[in-house]
Design a protein around this ligand. Structure first.
Ligand code: CA
Length: 241
């Protein structure tokens, strides 16, 4: 399985299929730091990383990267911290510990000067964001488009400027993971995230999920990094003779 390129992303440095766990940084990003660059960060598992800004992932200074199909789990700090950059954030599963004081799931910051080229036009679609103090938010002249996210069990779901809409089709419901206690963030058969993603399909969603399974299955993309495959697999009948 080779990495795919999210819509809108240019040819970018691939960061694909890594397991990045238990790292810490003193300032920006325990998991991955994207700075003055364009990267395709896809199908990685970031677990238990720590940093004051962007414990899972941090982007800064004009990154137009794509962040798709990643698990960003129980970071000690923000899941994704975006500073004056314009990433596509699609089909990620971002989970906090639900016992945190200040952590944010996705947080955006844009400075007003001196670099107007650092346009903040982030696409935030089909993501699960749960278990944070603040789910999705930002300060400054941020201009994200949000929709079809599952933002659940955060102390505050959204903290966005008044001009930013949270998306009429986003939901807030337990995503029903298979086994969070054993770091299995695939969807159970009764997950409300199944077939609840953007009906525009692929794109904007990437054409395969974190496991390399094709997307969509069941006629419509799911929210999060996993495309539920259980219902749609061929089941041979048992015949008793
Ligand atoms: Ca589906």
């Amino acid at each position: 399985m080779s990495p795919t390129t999210a819509p809108g992303a240019t040819a970018a440095v691939p960061c694909y299929g890594n397991h990045v766990a238990n790292n810490s940084a003193g300032s920006d990003s325990g998991g991955a730091l994207l700075w003055y660059c364009d990267a395709a960060v896809e199908a990685n598992r970031f677990l238990h990383n720590a940093a004051p800004n962007g414990a899972g992932l941090a982007l800064g200074n004009g990154c137009a990267s794509s962040l798709v199909n990643n698990w960003i789990i129980q970071s000690s700090g923000d899941g994704i911290y975006v500073s004056s950059s314009s990433p596509h954030i699609l089909n990620n599963t971002i989970v906090g510990s639900a016992s945190q004081g200040t952590e944010r799931g996705i947080w955006m910051y844009a400075s007003t000067a001196p670099s107007p080229g650092y346009a903040m036009i982030n696409e935030i679609t089909n993501n699960i964001v749960m278990g944070f103090s603040k789910g999705i938010g930002g300060t400054g002249p941020v201009t994200p488009t949000l929709d079809y996210n599952d933002v659940w069990n955060n102390t505050t779901a959204y903290e966005l400027p008044a001009h930013v809409a949270t998306g009429a089709h986003s939901i807030s419901a337990d995503p029903r993971f298979v086994s969070p206690e054993s770091a299995n963030y695939h969807l159970l058969a009764d997950s409300p995230c199944i077939n609840a993603g953007d009906p525009a399909g692929v794109p904007p969603a990437p054409p395969a999920d974190i496991d390399g399974d094709p997307r969509p299955l069941g006629g419509r993309v799911d929210i999060g990094a996993d495309e539920f495959a259980g219902f749609w697999q061929v089941v041979l009948p048992l015949v008793r003779r």
